[in-house]
Design a protein around this ligand. Sequence first.
Ligand code: SF4
Length: 416
Amino acid sequence: PARLHLFSDAAEVGAVRRALLAWYDSCKRELPWRALAAEETDVDRRAYAVWVSEVMLQQTQVATVIDYYNRWMEKWPTLQALAAASLEEVNELWAGLGYYSRGKRLQEAARKVVSELAGRMPRTAEELQRLLPGVGRYTAGAIASISYGQATGVVDGNVVRVLCRLRCIGADSSSPAVLDRLWDMANVLVDRSRPGDFNQALMELGATVCVPKAPLCGECPVRQHCHARRRVRRSPDTSCANPSSREGCTAVGGCPLCPPATEPWDSSLGVTNFPRKAAKKQPRAARAATCVLERRGRRGAPRYLIVQRPSSGLLAGLWEFPSVPLPLGLQEEKQREALAEHVQACTGRPVAAGGLRYVGEVIHIFSHIHQTYVVYSLPVDEDATLDPAPSPSRWVTEEEFHASAVSTAMKKVLGA
Ligand code: SF4
C-alpha cells in the first residue's frame, strides 16, 4: 500500500516539475547566495558559496542569515581564506547565530579540502558526504545539485512538510522508514536538467507557501497534485484515516506511511494533519552560576573579565563570564561558595562568597538544554592585579565584549 503514496506516474512527475520550476522562476526570493552562485564561474568557489549558505541556514531563519552570510563571504571569499582563519575569528563572526559547532566544523572541513584535496571540492553528493566532516546527506545534495547540476534530491524540514502533504504521509516523519521514502520521492521528483533550481523551488515552497501553520493552498503551484488538499475538499468531515480515493492509500492499518490508527485524520486541522512527528524530547534542565567581574577605573569605561571555554563540547572556544555548573537543587549559599571558589581559581586572588552580589536569573534555551544562569556581580579595584588565569582570559569594555566570540546567552547575562 505504501507504493500508493509515491509518485509513480511519469506524467504527474513531469507536471509537478514544470509547475514548481515555473513558479520558482517568477516568485523566488532574491538572496545573496543565489546571486553569488549564479555569477560565479569557478566551480570550487561556487560550491563554497553554496556550502556556507547551507550550513548557516540549518535551523536558522533566512532573514537572520543574510547579514552573517554577507560578512562571512566578504571576509573569507574562498576556501583558502577560510582555511587560513583562526577559530577565534570564525567564532567572532558566528557569535549570535547559534549552534556554534557549525562554524567550527565548516572551517575544519575547509582546511581538509585545502590541505588534503588540493583545494578542489569533491564533485558529487556521495563524495562530499564521504570526504567532508560535518557534511551530511542534505548539505551534500544541496551543494552537488546547485553547484554541479547533479540530479540528486534533497530532504530538509520544508521538503518533508511539502511531500507529506502532497502524498498524505501521516506516519512519524522523523522515523527512518518514512525518511527513506521521502528521499526516494525527492530523487524521483528532482528535475534532470535543472536539479539545483528544482530543489530550491521545493524548499522555497515549504518556506513561503506550504508553511507549517496556515499554508496558502490557494496560491500553491502544485495544488492540483496535492492529496492532502483533495482530501480536505472532497471529504472534509470524514474521520477515516485512509482515503479510499483513486490516488490515496486504501490500506486500513498496517500501512507504514499512513497516520497511525490511534491518531486518525482530524478534520479540524485540514492539510496540517501532515506531517506528523513523534513528540519532541523535553530539553534537559541545567544551572550555572556566573560572575560579572567589573573593574571600574576612575577614568574610562568599565571592563569585564571574560574567559575562554574549552575547545570541545558545548559553545566550544567561545568566551564567557567565569561560570561554574551547579547541581540542580543546590542551596543559594552553596552556589555562592562554588562560584567564589571558581572565580578565585580564574583570577588568582581571594574571593569571599559574601562579596558576590546576586543580580538575578537568566534563562536561555539551547537546542537540547534549558539553561538557567544565576548571575552575580563583583566589583574589583582598577589597581588590582590578577594572576594569569589557568584558561585564556581578558578584560574587555562593553563594546569589545559585544565584538568578541560570545554567545547570545552571555549577552543576556550582561544585560541582566
Ligand atoms: Fe501544501 Fe497546500 Fe500546496 Fe498542498 S496545496 S502542497 S498543502 S500549500
